[in-house]
Design a protein around this ligand. Sequence first.
Ligand code: ZN
Length: 314
Amino acid sequence: MHSNMDVVCREVGLRDGLQIIDTFFSTDEKINWMRQEAAAGISSIQACSFVPPKLLPQFRDAEQVAAAALEIDGLWVSALVPNLKGAENAAKAKVHEIGFVTSVSESHNMANVRKTTDQSLEEFKRIIELRDSLPEGQRFKLSSGLSTALGCTIEGRVSPKAVMALAEKFVAAGTDELVVADTVGYSGPTEVKNLVSDVVSNFGGEVDVMAHFHDTRGLGLANVFAALEAGCRMFDASLAGLGGCPYAPHATGNVVMEDMIFMLETAGLRTGVDLEKLVAVREIVARNLPNEPLHGMYVKAGPPKGFQQVSKLK
Ligand code: ZN
């Protein structure tokens, strides 16, 4: 984390947001988007997913996007991978961080990557080997996503015990980071606070803990705040809340980055982000995806009278 920040806010719109959008967002405009956000103070970005282009044509330019992201000064660049092959490509691209996702819910994992969670864990161990085979100083940070940790579209409720058991396995295997993800926006702040507290107190000493929420049912920001109170200091969000849910048409997507920055700054936490500059980046998304709804309350109402970002206080 940079010294001028209390919280890391990672932009995931280019990955989670674009993943379910068929319209190809041009490579140049993806790069433009990343540059502008970095200029607004965003320090961490999930730039792409290394998946077979046949499966997700949106990410057929992953290599170029990752390379361009890595040229942006001071930007921490991560990419998502579904398997070892993806990790090898991401490692070749030299991204700082590789994210590997496994659903806590067995049937969701099967539907998503056609593997049992145990098979996913075996794949993860092969990625660990890849990381550890690299010379020290050239190793990527490896992150484990605990997908559907707070609810699943197939199984419904997911037990916190199952989340902790999978987290334990990832930590034992040698992960650098755990991401508690409410992939489908099922949960509320009480559940989040309980689960994230457990994850932080059990594993926070050994690995980084991030949280990833969706605003599907309007509780995205409440969940961020709950995770914050539970000790989490790294959050995913997307500009204009880009990224819906394939199972809930019309539902809002990821937590809106602009609103999250506003909330964190009102809590006296430095995000390092200039809100007005960030809001201006929405224009890039708007002109490239004219048919996508852009979300966000801060942009509608503007700053409260006399509002000053703590990030801008000297
Ligand atoms: Zn997501």
